[in-house]
Design a binder for this molecule. Structure first.
Ligand code: WT7
Length: 633
């Protein structure tokens, strides 16, 4: 029986049992049989959750790109590795075989080296969804540079913060980008950001839109010119298993996004294993994940997971609704996609456009369809299952996080039972628990609690970049001996997990995480604002919308103009994706005598439920509650 691929429900149960009773043997077998190592490990896993310190495959050496590229050349050299589908369906697609992708990555790696990038240097990648993005990520990994991909929708300000936190030496970017009907001057954003980024010495610019851009002499270079000067072979840098592979910034309940760190060996093993099993990928399949590589989903399930498995992975530049709401389904039919992976927010947006678009395509190549990013409501699940999956494809509702590196709780293709709105059972090697307020494990089913994990898995985050204490406090201090996810969850009568949502001050907007404090800081950056409080509220398409309560310094003259200005400030501070949906001007916030904002009340009002605000007697000024209720939007 293969250790790597799970082929039945019984097999899953056996693998799961072994992974719990003997994790070292379980992961050691998988790592040994299915990956290419330059040197074997001394120890499979050393860990404690108190520092925390987690080390997988210590003593081993590897390079993840050898596993993604080199080792496939012999058998899969002419197999398609990457299919790139442009924003505009009238434009030509691009495809690379494994050999071609290997050569592109080596060339790019040589360009990085030529510009002085060495093992351990940080490289920021701020690029649209073009093939150069995938190539850049792999090129960094090839030479041991640590990539920090920043989603190209973030503002100059956010980009600068991330570059500075990581002290990146280089930025990889493009002239501009196309996304749906939008055109964005990407290089201009980089230029603005770099005014405050002293660590950056070099900028490499990929050509996408052919717009005229400002090129700073000695700092900025066109990528195509540079690629012409180097050769197509670049040896893979031997990396220690616990060397950093990448940093990816994500929001938490405090103001500043943190750089989640993943390392080479463990991340590789879990990306490969989880991809293979959740999607049940077979050799001739075409797999498509619609995420952006700016998020963890794209890292693990567009780039690394599929390529480790020698898969053909589709990369899409556009959006679900451009030029019309049939775009996803047209692409599925065009390439004969077998596994399709998207987000609930996209499903809801398409559902709102009616069935006609999806019904005009056959979709008969689909075998497994997946979702990720936020809880999927039952209605959207049914629509996806019936109209996209034609009631024959299992829906894998995959729960995981930037910090977990890979999918944690999910069905495994057709092998698992499924239930709408339930992620289901943990993957082998994952030991979730529900804890109560006091940190006791809740036994049994039909129970709800704080979702934690009690044993490390290979791709758990190792630290938050430059601030290990923050990692400890955020994830390992709430409940001693456990990794705390920040989510609440419920086990149903059969032990299937349903994720309820965040229990901290994080809002999930269209599958993207924002800290309420982060958005409040952005709003407060507007000179006219004295104070603000932000909460999430249920939103039909986005899952959660952003509702802001704002106190201004002076009386408001024109509410709409001021709202537009505040929105503009948030766009500048964070990016368009964090725009508040509703802004209510208030004269005060419901604070307790100790000065703490009672968010419970703000959430209720934002939800439109003002009937049961609970006990407000401990408030400093109970009158503000009436004002807030009466002014609710
Ligand atoms: C948070 C992590 C993991 C890639 C995308 C988001 C929520 C994620 C699900 C799901 C319910 C989900 C959780 C989690 N979430 N997947 N299938 N069902 N909730 O990554 O930005 O790190 O956000 O997204 O609340 O904690 P992320």
């Amino acid at each position: 029986m293969s250790h790597y691929q799970i082929t039945s429900l019984e097999h899953y149960h056996e693998a799961y049992a072994e992974s719990v009773s003997n994790p070292d043997k379980f992961w050691g077998d998988i790592a040994e049989e299915n990956f290419k190592w330059m040197k074997k490990w001394d120890n499979v896993c050393d860990w404690n959750f108190s520092e925390p310190k987690v080390e997988w495959f210590k003593g081993a050496q590897l390079n993840i790109t050898e596993n993604c590229l080199d080792r496939h050349l012999e058998e899969r050299g002419n197999k398609l590795a990457l299919i790139w589908e442009p924003n505009d369906p009238k434009e030509r697609f691009i495809r690379y075989t494994y050999r071609e992708l290997y050569e592109k990555v080596c060339q790019m790696a040589n360009v990085l080296k030529k510009h002085g990038i060495k093992k351990g240097d940080r490289v920021a990648i701020y690029m649209p969804m073009i093939p150069e993005l995938t190539i850049s990520v792999l090129a960094c990994a090839r030479i041991g540079a640590i990539h920090s991909v920043v989603f190209a929708g973030f503002s100059a300000h956010s980009l600068a913060d991330r570059i500075n936190d990581a002290e990146a030496k280089m930025v990889l970017t493009s002239d501009g980008l196309y996304r749906g009907a939008k055109e964005i001057p990407v290089k201009r954003v980089v230029d603005e950001a770099l005014q405050t980024c002293p660590s950056v010495k070099t900028v490499l610019v990929a050509e996408r839109t052919r717009w005229a851009v400002n090129m700073v002499e000695g700092r900025d270079f066109w990528l195509h010119d540079e690629l012409d000067t180097v050769n197509k072979e670049c040896p893979a840098e031997p990396m220690n298993s616990e060397d950093m592979l990448f940093i990816l910034y994500t929001s938490g309940s405090t103001g500043k996004p943190k750089g989640v760190v993943h390392t080479c060996g463990g991340y590789m093993v879990y990306a490969g294993y989880s991809f293979k099993n959740v999607f049940q990928y077979e050799e001739s399949d075409i797999y498509w994940c619609t995420a952006d590589i700016g998020w963890i989903t794209g890292h693990t399930y567009i780039v690394y997971g599929p390529l480790i498995n020698g898969a053909t992975t589709v990369m899409f530049e556009g959006v679900p609704t451009f030029p019309d709401a049939g775009r996803f389904w047209q692409v599925c039919d065009k390439y004969g996609v077998n596994q399709f992976y998207t987000a609930p927010t996209a499903i809801r947006a398409l559902m709102a456009k009616g069935e006609d678009h999806v019904l005009s395509y056959s979709l008969d190549s689909l075998r497994v369809i997946g979702t990720v990013g936020e809880p999927i409501n039952e209605e959207a699940w049914q629509w996806y299952y019936i109209h996209v999956g034609k009631e024959k494809c299992p829906v894998v509702d995959t729960w995981w996080q930037t910090e977990t590196g890979g999918i944690m709780i999910s069905g495994l293709g057709k092998h698992s039972p499924m239930k709408p709105a339930h992620a289901g059972y943990p993957l082998p090697g994952i030991q979730p628990v529900l804890l109560d307020q006091e940190g006791n494990e809740i036994e049994g089913n039909e129970e709800e609690g704080y979702l934690c994990v009690k044993h490390p898995w290979p791709s758990i985050l190792r630290t938050t970049y430059g601030d290990h204490e923050r990692c400890r406090v955020t994830y390992f201090s709430h409940y001693k001996g456990y990794y705390f996810t920040g989510d609440g969850a419920r086990r149903d009568e059969n032990g299937m997990y349903r994720i309820i949502g965040r229990v901290d001050d994080v809002i999930n907007v269209s599958g993207h995480r924002f800290g309420t404090a982060e958005i409040e800081n952005a709003i407060n950056a507007n000179d006219l604002v004295a104070e603000s409080a932000v909460v999430g509220y249920p939103h039909d398409i986005k899952g959660q919308g952003i509702y802001a309560y704002v106190i201004t310094k002076n009386p408001v003259q024109n509410e709409d103009i001021l709202r537009a200005e505040i929105v503009e400030t948030v766009v500048e501070e964070i990016g368009k994706i964090a725009k508040p949906d509703k802004i209510q001007f208030v004269s005060g916030l419901p604070k307790t005598r100790s000065g703490k904002i009672m968010r419970r009340i703000l959430r209720k009002v934002a939800e439109g439920d003002t009937s049961s605000l609970g006990d407000t007697s401990t408030l400093l000024d109970p009158d503000v509650v009436d004002e807030i209720k009466n002014g609710a939007l």
